[in-house]
Design a protein around this ligand. Structure first.
Ligand code: NAP
Length: 292
């Protein structure tokens, strides 16, 4: 395949992307490769928590991302780890430095989502989402940022959610983790600006990935659209799609991960050098309902 690393908006960059096995992470890996970045795809690629009830990716899915990155002309390395494991992330960052010469960009994107009413919550229902989504994102920053400092500057982008902008019925752990990521992003932007590192968040709306496209997620999607699902509707994809399409200004039920990736590319690019501490929504227009 043609090597695109000498051209594009991310030409010559080395980027680490977590949650790379599929969804937003995979789409961003491919978009980064098209723009000339070498891509290190990090993922556990195994079930991260017993609290989730949708299918999890395996090593093959991570390697499929690698195939797509190489097809787009990018250099690729995959690393399997659990982002709760800070020493593993530090070791991964060292390896990337050894093999690629340094690190310019971190897209800390991996996460899980599960729903449980507060009154029924077990410890794992709270801790797994806080530990993976919030602490895991902080771990990625703590492990990788020193290398970006050493490089003389770069970019960090994290993935929050619209649920980091409002409460979520039966989704308090996820919502809290995603609000927390906004606080983490803004604090990191304050601290790392002196090192010429920008730190921003992407706020995806409802994206068409395995995290949302499964039966137990539909009731929540319908409710957020302002309709009370009844009986069978709670697990019905068509009802969820119709309710979502009606409620979203741009008329789409789900947004494709490929529509999130270009925003991450922009935030990773030199063009975004004066953008830091900010949150960028990709919500199909849902953001128009926000007060601020
Ligand atoms: P996805 O397809 O499930 O991708 C998430 C990836 O993260 C999976 O490959 C998953 O693999 C990996 N991951 C989970 N826990 C991990 C851990 N402890 N260590 C390493 N990797 C781990 O979901 P997605 O929709 O692309 O989600 C990406 C990010 O966007 C998440 O932070 C999510 O919260 C956020 N987001 C998604 C939506 C949406 O509507 N889809 C909306 C707003 C925000 P394993 O589970 O095998 O580890």
């Amino acid at each position: 395949m043609a090597d695109t690393t000498s051209r594009g908006r991310l030409a010559g960059k080395v980027s680490i992307i977590t949650g790379a096995a599929r969804g937003i992470g995979r789409a961003t890996c491919v978009a980064f490769a098209r723009e000339g970045s070498a891509v290190v795809g990090v993922d556990l690629a195994a079930r991260a928590s017993g609290t989730t009830d949708f299918a999890q990716p395996d090593q093959d899915e991570l390697e499929e991302t690698g195939r797509l990155v190489k097809q787009a002309g990018g250099r690729w390395l995959s690393i399997r780890l659990d982002q709760r494991d800070l020493p593993a992330l530090r070791e991964a960052a060292q390896r990337v430095k050894r093999e690629f010469g340094g690190i310019d960009v971190l897209f800390a994107n991996a996460g899980i989502q599960a729903f449980k009413p507060l009154l029924e919550m077990e410890d794992a229902d709270w801790h797994d989402q806080i530990d993976i989504n919030l602490t895991g994102t902080a771990n990625a920053i703590r492990a990788v940022a020193p290398h970006i400092v050493e490089r003389g500057g770069g970019r960090i982008i994290v993935t929050s959610s619209t649920q980091g902008q409002h409460g979520t019925k039966y989704g308090s752990a996820y919502s809290a983790s995603k609000w927390g990521i906004i606080g983490l992003m803004k604090s990191a932007a304050l601290e790392l600006g002196a090192h010429k590192i920008t730190v921003n968040a992407v706020i995806p709306g409802l994206i068409d990935t395995p995290l949302t496209r499964h039966e137990s997620r539909y009731a929540q999607a319908i409710e957020v659209s302002g309709k009370q699902p009844t009986g069978d509707e709670k697990k019905d994809e068509k009802t969820a799609a119709e309710a979502r399409a009606k409620a979203t200004p741009l008329g789409v039920p789900w947004i494709e991960p490929e529509d999130v990736a270009p925003v991450v590319v922009f935030l990773a690019s030199d063009e975004a050098r004066m953008v830091s501490g900010a949150a960028y929504d990709v919500t199909g227009g849902d953001s128009a309902h926000n007060v601020a």
